[in-house]
Write a protein that binds this ligand. Structure first.
Ligand SMILES: *Cc1c(COP(=O)(O)O)cnc(C)c1O
Length: 393
């Protein structure tokens, strides 16, 4: 019997979207080209008229980028995908392509720092009103709706405290209000959470994180229905140009072949370390979505297949305690990035969330003793030895 699509995600990650050239190469080709040539003036005309689906210019599309987009569609279960130069290009394009002056956006306040800038500062400059709420509070979503509300935007689990928002419930409120739900799904990854299945309309990624997974390239992706992409995103991306470099697309495409192996292993280690940290006397609180003591455990266990690769925890009482702990780590590196093969740790209040004032940080549960650990591919025992040594001192 021959295996046929749809394949399991592990298989789609290895083969999905591959489009071989006439040479029959095994490994996906890197089409590092800006433009494409036509056999005749008539052929060029047909391509521009849309009668021939071939490539025109890499700001519009490119064969290597297209392979990445097609592979991501299979992984997400989405009809269509567009890749972008970074995760923030994806967030900004998804908003600006469909919003106009006079529209209104409701967003969960626990957002990646740059996403908060887009919502709080950039959109209002163009006459788009925005309201930030506590995303876990369903009445707050309902209460924020106005006649001109077009988009709900959230991140779950959120950065850095790993708050979990009920996707199905928020999608229902959005749709009842005639709005679309946009979900930034970076922290959970499409392996562990597929927001479209819970009613989301648009899913956004920073592929910089787990999809590259080896700390090299920036990239982003937007996935949705074919109709939403055709109606809103297609022309916006072509004309404004936040295009992904074919080289970066190729790096991420090849990285996806090992994505399931890497991310599952990172999640195994993260779950084990979260338990060990929770049992340690110097650790005040641990936030890990699949631990029963997580405040949103019920929702997390319903909508996330696994707890993910990130852990947040409070060390001692103060910034000094947190800094002393970070500075004693050796194997685990201090960096604000995440999803890397290398374990990385950061102090959110002085790095990723420095832009917020202390009151806004405390509102989000980002205390001065909070650190966020992105678990890599090192052996769990070596990571624990590093953490335990730094906590013991
Ligand atoms: C990193 C990140 C982004 C931004 O992605 P870039 O690729 O750095 O532009 C957006 N949202 C979340 C949750 C992220 O972690």
């Amino acid at each position: 019997m021959t295996a046929r699509p749809p394949f399991h995600p592990d298989t789609a990650l290895v083969h999905g979207g591959t489009a071989r050239s006439g040479f029959g190469e095994t490994s996906e080709a890197l089409f590092l080209t800006q433009s494409f040539v036509y056999g005749s003036a008539e052929a060029a005309e047909a391509r521009f008229a849309g009668d021939d689906p071939g490539f025109i210019y890499s700001r519009f599309s490119n064969p290597t980028v297209k392979m990445l987009e097609d592979r991501l569609c299979l992984l997400e279960g989405a009809e269509a995908c567009r890749a972008t130069a970074s995760g923030m290009a994806a967030v900004t394009a998804a908003m600006l392509c469909c919003l106009s002056a006079g529209d209104h956006v409701v967003a969960a306040r626990a957002l990646f720092g740059s996403c908060r800038y887009v919502v709080e500062e950039l959109l209002p400059r163009f006459g788009i009103e925005t309201t930030l709420i506590d995303g876990r509070d369903l009445d707050a979503w309902r209460g924020a709706v106005r006649p001109n509300t077009k988009v709900f935007f959230l991140e779950t689990p959120s950065n850095p405290t790993l708050e979990v928002i009920d996707l199905r419930a928020v999608a229902d409120i959005a749709h009842g209000a005639g709005a679309k739900l946009f979900v930034d799904n970076v922290f959970s990854t499409p392996l562990f959470q597929r927001p479209l299945e819970f009613g989301a309309d648009v899913v956004i990624y920073s592929a910089t994180k787990h999809m590259d997974g080896q700390g090299r390239c920036l990239a982003g992706a937007i996935l949705s229905s074919q109709k939403w992409i055709d109606d809103h995103l297609h022309t916006f991306l072509r004309q404004t140009g936040p295009s992904l470099s074919p080289f970066n697309a190729w790096v991420i495409l090849k990285s996806l072949e090992t994505f399931a192996l890497r991310v599952n292993r990172q999640a195994d280690t993260a779950a084990a370390l979260a338990d060990r940290l929770a049992d340690h006397g110097k650790v005040k609180r641990v936030f890990y979505p699949h631990r029963a003591d997580h405040p949103d455990y019920a929702v997390a266990s319903r909508q996330m297949a696994r707890g993910g690769t990130l852990i947040a925890f409070e060390v001692g009482e103060s910034k000094q305690d947190a800094f002393a702990f970070l500075n004693r780590l050796g194997l685990i590196k201090i960096s604000n990035n995440l999803g890397d093969a290398k374990s990385l740790i950061t102090h959110p209040s002085t790095t990723t969330h420095q832009r917020l004032d202390e009151e806004a940080r405390v509102d989000l549960g980002i205390h001065q003793n909070l650190v966020r650990l992105s678990v890599g591919l090192e052996h769990a025992d070596d990571l624990w030895a590093d953490l335990e040594g730094a906590l013991a001192a």
